[in-house]
Design a protein around this ligand. Structure first.
Ligand code: 5RP
Length: 220
């Protein structure tokens, strides 16, 4: 990753700080862009109630900064969720899960009132699908789910050697022709053995902060 790409990620992540309100719980995603957000959040740690985290990795980083990490089950409201994306359209639909944290990310996104996506311009696409769609599966269902995915037109590849924070496995699905992201998201979720999939179309981002060379663009 070049220093310039990191600078763009940092700029997008820091722009999300304007949406953080004192006394509230902050939903925190996963990934290299979110890591910059966590670092920035550390400076506001005494102002917020705490964070809910989408991965063990983010939890560790939050705690290393002394930011309180709360159990999602003990929290009633998550006004804001900040996370990155592997691909995002101008309508806020995304592919996520490159880091394998898609299930917990989707859960917090579902709870959150507002989803703020932070990304550098390389993540913006006209149509989703260049990046393989991650699908989290119960391990014993891996082969069955892969066969069902082939029927849907995708080419699943097992992310070997990787286990999710939930103890499951990931199939990265290449070559999907994603004309209707919401429909495909539902079809994938309908396969028995699928925990969740990395299409965030039904619940996309409400705000996207896209860092470009000439500044951070806000898409709503
Ligand atoms: C992790 C994710 C990340 O948000 C996505 O992979 C983007 O990561 P990065 O900011 O490192 O490019 O969905 O599961």
């Amino acid at each position: 990753m070049s220093g310039n790409a990191d600078a763009l990620k940092k700029a997008a992540a820091e722009a999300a700080m304007q949406y953080i309100e004192d006394g509230t719980v902050v939903g925190v995603g996963t990934g290299s862009t979110v890591n910059f957000f966590i670092d920035a959040l550390a400076e506001r740690k005494h102002d917020i109630e705490g964070a809910v985290s989408s991965s063990e990795a983010s939890t560790e980083r939050l705690k290393s900064h002394g930011i309180e990490v709360l159990e999602l089950n003990s929290v009633v409201e998550v006004p804001i969720y900040v996370d990155g994306a592997d691909e995002i359209t101008e309508h806020g639909q995304m592919i996520k899960g490159g880091g394998g944290a898609l299930t917990r990310e989707k859960i917090i996104a579902a709870v959150a009132r507002k989803f703020v996506c932070v990304a550098d311009e390389s993540k913006m696409v006209g149509r989703l699908g260049q990046f393989p769609v991650p699908v989290e599966v119960i391990p014993m269902a891996r082969s069955y789910v892969a066969r069902e995915i082939v029927k849907l037109g995708g080419d699943p590849v097992w992310r070997q050697g990787f286990t999710t924070d939930n103890g499951n496995w990931i199939l990265d699905v290449h070559n999907f022709d994603i004309m209707e992201p919401m429909k495909l998201e539902a079809e994938l979720n309908n396969i028995v053995g699928v925990v969740t999939n990395g299409l965030f179309a039904q619940r996309g981002a409400d705000i996207a902060l896209i860092a470009r060379e000439d500044g951070v663009q806000t898409l709503k």
